[in-house]
Design a protein around this ligand. Sequence first.
Ligand code: LLP
Length: 420
Amino acid sequence: MNIYESKNNELYIDGISAIELVKKFESPLYVYSKKIIKKRFEDLKNAIIYPNIRIYYAMKANSNLRILEILKNEGAYVETISPEEVMIALKAGFKKEKILFTGINLSIPDMEFAYKNKILPNLGSLLQLKSFGERFPNSNVAIRINPDFGSGHHEHVVTGGRESKFGIFCSKENKDYLKDINKICKKHNLKIIGIHAHIGSGVLEEKKYLKLAEIILEIAKDFPYLEFVNIGGGIGVPYRKDESPFDIKSFGVEISKAMEEFVRKYGKQVQLAIEPGRYIVAEARTLLVSVNDIKETPKFKFVGVDSGFNHLIRPLAYGSYHEIINASNVEDEKEEVVIAGYICESGDVFTRSEKAIEKRQISKVDIGNILAIMNAGAYGFTMSSNYNSRPRPAEVMVCDGKAHLIRRRENINDLLKTQR
Ligand code: LLP
């Protein structure tokens, strides 16, 4: 589904002019599409034939209440990483039983929070399982395993394998960890109702999930109280035009086969859980920024905009590519420029690889033009900061030619309110 079009040489997002959006809500501005969020969720749900499925939305990708509400109404569960994410999910109306709390290095108060609020904890080490069991015996829990392999668009987001801090390491050679898990559970009467693994983020090959399913289902057969197996999130989206999208149809068919076979052997219905974040929201959002300056060095023509890595850190953090369109002049001749942010650091460039600044072909840019930084829906706003004491942008949701403000722009009072 394409909600972007060029009319009179200007960019329209789901029927609304990007220029008009900035006139009304000011710049910089995050713009989301309700249609895309719903479509991605439905596509995924429909692709998986196995009927016993729960889709957790990994809200770390984007935790805006209105987005959570859309997904809740679609029937999503929600995967959370902190007590605060749990509270936001509850505020969006998610029922407690639809929330999974995959905290990392949980403190005792974090565990207590989960227990008291009846939120299922997903524990990622033998010690965390033991601590939870000692304090809150007779509970249901999920465990996170490390399947001894990982994947992802950048080494920082690979979350499985021997160099990964996540999960209970599952070695093929030595099964002692299974005995240890059972011992802890027996001692404290814990019931493991879910087994979870997340291999990483930005995975474009569906085969990686089949490999994971094989490992996780092999382990799962030894757990008598199992209600679900969760193969994590990580489904990637193509950021560059030449990248092939994740084949959700083939993924849906193959993963369903694996589940059906498992259920036949295991002799009991077990739900399949997945927990995508990026796949649902990445393509649903654009960051609109304004051009405030243009200058040249012998090497680059710099286009300076009113935003930076404080609003979208992915280019700086991972060398991630985001397509950039001149929304004020979509179809003009292209020129080679560098799009630079307003943060006081040389690394603050939107057109860059991990190591170096890169030139980009963009249709002719002038002062006052609006640029659209595409596919900024996942890990854009949630990773934003107030660095340089710049406020975060406003967020707007568009649907059927209408735009709604869903988060107001921060201001100086927001920056000062926690200081004493
Ligand atoms: N489940 C768990 C346990 C996770 O840690 C994550 C992401 C997800 C699900 C969702 O992954 P997704 O489907 O969104 O790939 N900031 C990085 C991505 C970090 C992902 C962290 N964990 C980026 O901008 O690429």
